[in-house]
Design a protein around this ligand. Structure first.
Ligand SMILES: *Cc1c(COP(=O)(O)O)cnc(C)c1O
Length: 392
């Protein structure tokens, strides 16, 4: 068979040129980058510039990282394939056998698993303590403690960590402080400017915001630290897909607006739920009856965020009735989506705990966590409060 044009289908043709340029960030899925000659490639490796192989770095990750850097007041942050890979890369890059890590006792479920089951397999010692009390964190320290890991708002009990005490403690003892800022977002709290060493995000949640991309982010104050974390990210293969980065960057365009709306909705919903029959208590940091209200007011500039929890008077039966009575509100164990999502810790994130252990932290069968979305507030309040009232 002869071809009209003497080329091969497998040769990539050049990209059409245009005087005008695209307004939207291009999506670059290329796994490899071709160099003009070995000298040029050598030079690229020598000063780690440009792109060679997508696992080592690609433009869509770089564009996204720069945007989150801007939000966090960070420099040189990196994108990882998930929030968990951000945490894993941080551990793998900075810890070695014989080190000890102290974590908050109500960290994200998978982070808790990493701490209690996986790090010990690598010879890394771990302890958990109550981050609402810096003295409790201090009591957990050992001579070999190298790192502390906390979340500012606990999941799902919405307690506020004693960040000022923890920062002072870590600074005075030379311990690396890692803050998972997923729930708070840089709109409520900026760990690096407050004195933490490392900030982590599950970008999957509020930052990307549409439940269609799984990604993480890490930034460190010390460039040597982030270089170690990046090496672990690339070597252990925890790196992100260009398409997810592209989606997340698009999601970030509306982050500020989404956050404002979701937070305003959360405040209104908390107020409405508090006077709804069948609701025993509402946990929202901006409410005066919240156990850490004063700390939240100081630490989070009076902002409540988009996460709240509430407890029904009834048990599992009432919980089933609530989700069935509000079918439009996704009963799904995630957070930070544009739409409101409901989660029920006793049957999902905290199902591994005994009922007594759950009771000890206030998670009954009637306990729900709400990630408030950006829908019309009247609609949301009407739907959820009616569903709650239908449980009595
Ligand atoms: C979801 C979440 C994670 C894990 O992120 P993935 O993107 O799901 O891997 C870590 N920390 C917190 C606080 C989270 O909510």
């Amino acid at each position: 068979m002869t071809r009209k044009h003497p080329s091969s289908l497998v040769r990539r043709t050049g990209w059409p040129t245009s005087v005008s340029s695209p307004v939207v960030t291009p999506l670059q899925p290329s796994v490899v980058y071709a160099s003009p000659d070995p000298d040029a490639l050598d030079a690229q490796y020598a000063d780690a510039s440009g792109y060679t192989y997508a696992r080592e770095g690609h433009p869509n990750a770089e564009v996204l990282a720069a945007k989150i850097d801007m939000l966090e007041g960070a420099e040189g942050g990196i994108i990882t394939g998930s929030g968990m890979s951000a945490i894993s890369a941080t551990f793998l890059g900075l810890l070695k056998a014989g080190d000890h890590v102290v974590g908050g006792d109500q960290l994200y479920g998978r982070t808790l698993r990493l701490m209690t089951q996986d790090l010990p397999k690598l010879g890394i010692e771990t302890s958990l303590a109550d981050p609402t009390d810096a003295r409790a964190m201090e009591s957990a320290l050992r001579p070999n403690t190298r790192m502390m890991v906390v979340e500012v708002i606990s999941n799902p009990t919405i307690r506020i960590a004693d960040m000022k005490g923890i920062i002072d403690l870590c600074q005075s003892r030379g311990i690396l402080l890692v803050v998972d800022n997923t729930f708070t977002t840089p709109r409520m709290y900026q760990p690096l400017s407050e004195g933490a060493d490392i900030v982590i995000h599950s970008v999957t949640k509020l930052l990307a915001g549409h439940s269609d991309a799984t990604l993480g982010y890490v930034a460190a104050k010390d460039p040597v630290c982030i270089a170690e974390i990046n090496a672990a990210n690339v070597t252990w293969g925890l790196t992100p897909s260009p398409f997810d980065c592209w989606l997340a960057e698009r999601g970030l365009h509306s982050f500020d607006l989404r956050f404002e709306r979701a937070q305003a909705n959360a405040g209104k919903l908390a107020e409405a739920l508090a006077t709804t029959p069948g609701v025993k208590r509402v946990l929202y940091p901006d409410r005066p009856d919240h156990p850490d209200h004063n700390r939240a007011a100081n630490l989070l500039a009076g902002q409540g965020g988009n996460m709240l929890s509430f407890e029904l008077e009834g048990g599992r039966e009432a919980a089933n009735a609530l989700t069935r009575a509000a079918p439009e509100i996704a009963f799904a164990p995630t957070l930070g989506d544009v739409g409101t999502t409901l989660s029920h810790p006793a049957s999902s994130s905290h199902r591994g705990l005994t009922p007594e252990a759950r009771d000890a932290i206030g998670i009954s069968e009637g306990f729900f966590r709400v990630s408030v979305g950006i829908e019309e507030p009247e609609l949301l309040i009407d739907e959820l409060c009616k569903a709650a009232a239908a449980t009595v």
